[in-house]
Design a protein around this ligand. Structure first.
Ligand SMILES: NC(=O)c1ccc[n+]([C@@H]2O[C@H](COP(=O)([O-])OP(=O)(O)OC[C@H]3O[C@@H](n4cnc5c(N)ncnc54)[C@H](OP(=O)(O)O)[C@@H]3O)[C@@H](O)[C@H]2O)c1
Length: 247
């Protein structure tokens, strides 16, 4: 019996990067997984195939979390496919081009807040109503809420909201044995990171990171798997910074 055998999981933004690594890791640990994505159907199909090739089960569901109703639809589709959801990982984040606040319009702010924060609120509300006792919720934030950076105000605002949602909902669901935690990655080698930073910046970050490299998506998936698994049962309401020591 694998560590997550019999468990059902939902991962948002599972088609690429950190989300893909989380899907693959939870499936390898024995969970059946439904994962969401917005645009890249080819990447999503590749993840389904890779998981199946490794003997696991993962189904892709297209749901743009910026659209009204999409977060609830993702959860309902997962329940139709799998039954009750034991593990929820809110990982999806809207991509955007960094810019100073003076040049940021409110449509961008609204989209980033919708995909990152509102969708996390909605999937957690759904889980609060239907997740079985003993379930697990892991929300992905960022080291940037501790280590601020210019040009990403909407992103930082949305991640701050996610961290506070985690803290509040951990209080509410604790009596049912459901843990709710945040994992905050540092610079992790994905499309998002490479799309928003020049190579020199990434080299610089690696050089000031105590473990002396960028994170890999699997580094973050390892932490999520711990929190989602049986050994994570006594940790709730925490923000685990998975950053190679950068703070
Ligand atoms: N990489 C880093 O250095 C880093 C650092 C700190 C925190 N994080 C956090 O880690 C998480 C994953 O980041 P990543 O680097 O793996 O990002 P990524 O490579 O850009 O992947 C993002 C994932 O989210 C999905 N997604 C994007 N917009 C969506 C929408 N509107 N609706 C539904 N799904 C959507 C994407 O699917 P489609 O491509 O199909 O749209 C993709 O699967 C994010 O929460 C991010 O903030 C990352």
């Amino acid at each position: 019996m694998t560590v997550l055998g019999g468990k059902k999981a939902v991962v948002t933004g599972g088609s690429r990067g950190i989300g893909r690594a989380i899907v693959e890791r939870l499936a390898r640990d024995g969970a059946e997984v439904v994962f969401g994505y917005a645009r890249d159907a080819e990447a999503a199909a590749e993840v389904e195939k890779a998981v199946a090739g490794a003997g696991g089960t993962a189904y892709a569901v297209r749901a743009d979390l910026g659209e009204p109703g999409a977060a609830e639809r993702l959860m309902e589709t997962a329940e139709e496919r799998l039954g009750a959801v034991d593990i929820l990982v809110n990982n999806a984040a809207a991509s955007f081009t960094p810019a100073p606040i003076a040049e940021t319009d409110e449509e961008l702010f609204d989209r980033v807040m919708a995909v990152n924060a509102r969708a996390t609120f909605l999937t957690m509300r759904h889980a609060a109503r239907l997740m079985p006792d003993g379930g697990r919720i892991v929300n992905i934030s960022t080291l940037n809420t501790l280590r601020a950076a210019p040009g990403i105000a909407p992103y930082m605002a949305s991640k701050g909201a996610i961290e506070q949602l985690t803290a509040a909902v951990a209080q509410e669901l604790g009596p049912r044995g459901i843990t709710v935690n945040t994992v905050s990655p540092g610079a992790t080698d994905t499309d998002l990171l490479r799309g928003t930073n020049p190579e020199e910046a990434l080299t610089m970050v690696a050089s000031i990171t105590p473990l002396r490299r960028l994170g890999r998506p699997s580094d973050i998936a390892d932490v999520v798997a711990f929190l989602a698994g049986p050994d994570g049962h006594w940790i709730t309401g925490q923000n685990i910074r998975a950053t190679g020591g950068l703070s």
